[in-house]
Each structure stands twice: as structure tokens, then as C-alpha cells.
Design a binder for this molecule. Sequence first.
Ligand SMILES: Cc1ncc(COP(=O)(O)O)c(C=O)c1O
Length: 443
Amino acid sequence: MHTKPNAPVLDSYWMPFTANRQFKAAPRLLESAEGMHYTATDGRKILDGTAGLWCVNAGHGRRQIAAAVERQLTTLDYAPSFQMGHPIAFDFAERLAEIAPGGPDNRLDRVFFTGSGSESVDTALKIAIAHQRAIGQGTRTRLIGRERGYHGVGFGGISVGGLVNNRRVFPQLAGSDHLRHTHDLARNAYVKGQPEHGAELADDLERLVALHGAETIAACIVEPVAGSTGVLVPPKGYLDRLRAICDRHGILLIFDEVITGFGRLGAGFATDYFGVRPDIVTTAKGLTNGAIPMGAVFTSRAVHDALMHGPESQIELFHGYTYSGHPAACAAGLATLEIYRDEGLFTRAAELETAWHDTLHSLKGLPHIVDIRTIGLIAGIELASRDGAVGARAYDVFVDCFQKGLLIRVTGDIIAFSPPLIIEKEQIGEIVSVLGDALKRAL
Ligand SMILES: Cc1ncc(COP(=O)(O)O)c(C=O)c1O
């Protein structure tokens, strides 16, 4: 299919999470990016309200990252990482260990590299099960997730995930089960930061222990703030309560920080922002500013060290990827960490938080909005759905905003914002103004 001279042929690329036929009939193509903006193929500048897909935390076109990747590719393009090593992977892990989630005295400073968020999740779940077995708890293979959780698209991730469209077609890991989600508009609408109500929902884990037996449960995984399912902020006290229940029953707690990691909430990690320390943290996205695909799983020393037993010639964890610790990805990651440090980006969301809250919440009262929720540099704006057409209204708003020069993200009828952390206050105003006008036009 040709759209216009010099336009790319769109037929062969089977696009992910996309209505392929609808898209190819009216494509939206981004050609370049710099700072807070994309440029579309028709030359229009598009303000990036979503940091790509929650990943370009330091903004686009960072030359420092590009230069580091080029240097690395011309020095060592690839090296195997099974029974072999290359210095930059060790360097990157050491730098990450210095800022790892968990606070100065208790960091989760053992780092396993992956290629994506989905791989980080499946890696974390496997580490949890392997750890339990290593400490003599081999009956613990069950994995607990949460309704409306998103943990990527691997079979492990969809098993603990809670999005029906990602699950209904595919089989899942036997024995996985779910907590209820914490979204409660009746009690918690229009909240800035953490909602008051719902900590007791963590007790669902007690119910699952009573149902299945603690000795069958390896781990419980949650997103500290659920992003892809429409920005669900944990109620006050909820994560602490989950931690306490896990401790009581020997269950490992995994925080999926694929979107909250690397400054999104105004601290390095949600673990530090909420002051609740899990046993394992999954990351990706902001790890390399989105420039090169990569993920990292952080574990406590206790989780790691329990597997460092037995004969030294033995491989302790039969798991890994061809691209674990890829040299170019490590180079991108090291350069990204320097930018985060030099520009103070881990605390930038905290500095902007009041302006972010107030500007986003000024949309209250506009047509279709039933909730606005904000935390760190994240916002969720929930719209009433059209009868019998969930998601149609938000999709129209998404297309309208794109035409007017703003990239937003929609999931069902919820609009999510997660701009690069370099955003300026005027640009927050621009987001709200373009979105407000689109909402007034929306049917
Ligand atoms: C919380 C969470 N976990 C896992 C993933 C999957 O990451 P990826 O798309 O890199 O596999 C995502 C992606 O949005 C995510 O938000």
C-alpha cells in the first residue's frame, strides 16, 4: 500500500499492539525527535506527553548516549555473556548497584540483565521460584499477581498480569492467581498523590494464602503504580501491608518498576518513593532512556546469595539471554545514568509535582472526565465510555491531540501522561490546553 510518493510501504510490518488495518489506512508516522518533541513525517512538531512509551525520561536525541553507543560498537560490538564476560557489563552493574532501589544501607544491588521489561518480569519470576527451591522451599511455585496488572507479554507476565485482552487467547501458568485491583472511583476520585482508601485490599494476599497454602506461593508481583492499565496509584498503607503479609508467609515481593524506575515519581525508584523494600525489582525502559532495548532485574543479596551454593563449577541459574548485558546497551545505560545524575533528573518530578498536580487537575469539569489522578510525573485522566464502545472516545481524543501536535497515550477510556522528566512548566500548560480543547470537541 503506497500512501504518497516516498512514503514507506506499510504492508510487511506487522505492528505490535496496533489495529493494523485501521492504522495503515491513516498512518501516524514519527520521523525524528529532539528534546520534548517528535517530528512527524509531514513536518509537524508533536509534544511528547508520554516519553515515548514511558521510557525516554531524559528527553530525545541525547548526543551523549549516541556517542557512547557509537564508541562501544566500534570497540566491541558484541560478546557472548554465557561463561564469558566483557568489562562494560560489569561496570554498568556496579554503577547501577550504587543507585539501586532500597536506600543507601539496603540496596537491591545484585543485577541481572535482560533485553526488555517482559524479559525482566519473566526473569524475576524464575529467580523467585529458583530462590525458594534453593532455600528448601521447592513446593513454592505459585505466582500471585493483581487484576489490572501489566507485566509484559511473556507467558509468565501474562499469567500474573490482569488484563483480559492480553490473556484470553493464550494459556497461562498453572496455579497463578490474583489480588483484586485497588481502583475505586467511588471512594478515591480526583486525588493528588496516594488515595486514602483501600489499604485493606492488600489482605487479599492473606485470603490467597488461606486458599492455596503459603507453602505453594513463591512470589507476589505488583506494579507500585500501575501504568499501562490506566494509572492506578496505590492507596496509603497498601504496599506496606503487602510487604508485611509477604514477610509473614515467606513470600517474595516483586515490584515491577518498568515504568516507575529511573525518576518517574521524583525518586530513583518507587521502592524509595514509597519507602517499601521488595525483594526483587524489575526495570527496563528508562534504564537506557529508551535508546537501546534493555532491562535489568535488581535483587537483594539474600535472594542472590541463596543461589550461590553448591559446587563452584555449577551454573547457579539456568537462565539468560543472548543480549543480556549487550555492550551497546550497557554503553547507552552508562551514558543515561550520567545524564540523570548531572541533570538531577531523579528529583525533577518532585520539583515539578505541585505544578503537575495543579495544572492537570485544572481540567476537572471538562466534558467526559470522571477522574483525574496524579503522582510524580504521571497522570491518568479517566473518561466516561460511550455506550457499547469502550475506548472509542479516548481513541478519538488521541487522534485529535496528535493532529494538534500532542502525543498522549490511551488505554480503554483512560488517558495517561508520563512526559520526559525534562519537561518545562509551560509545556505542562500546553498539554492541558491541547487536551482540554480536544475534550471539548469530543463526542
Ligand atoms: C509495568 C510493566 N512491566 C512490563 C512491561 C513490559 O515491558 P516491554 O514492553 O519492554 O517488554 C511494561 C511495558 O509497558 C510495563 O509497563
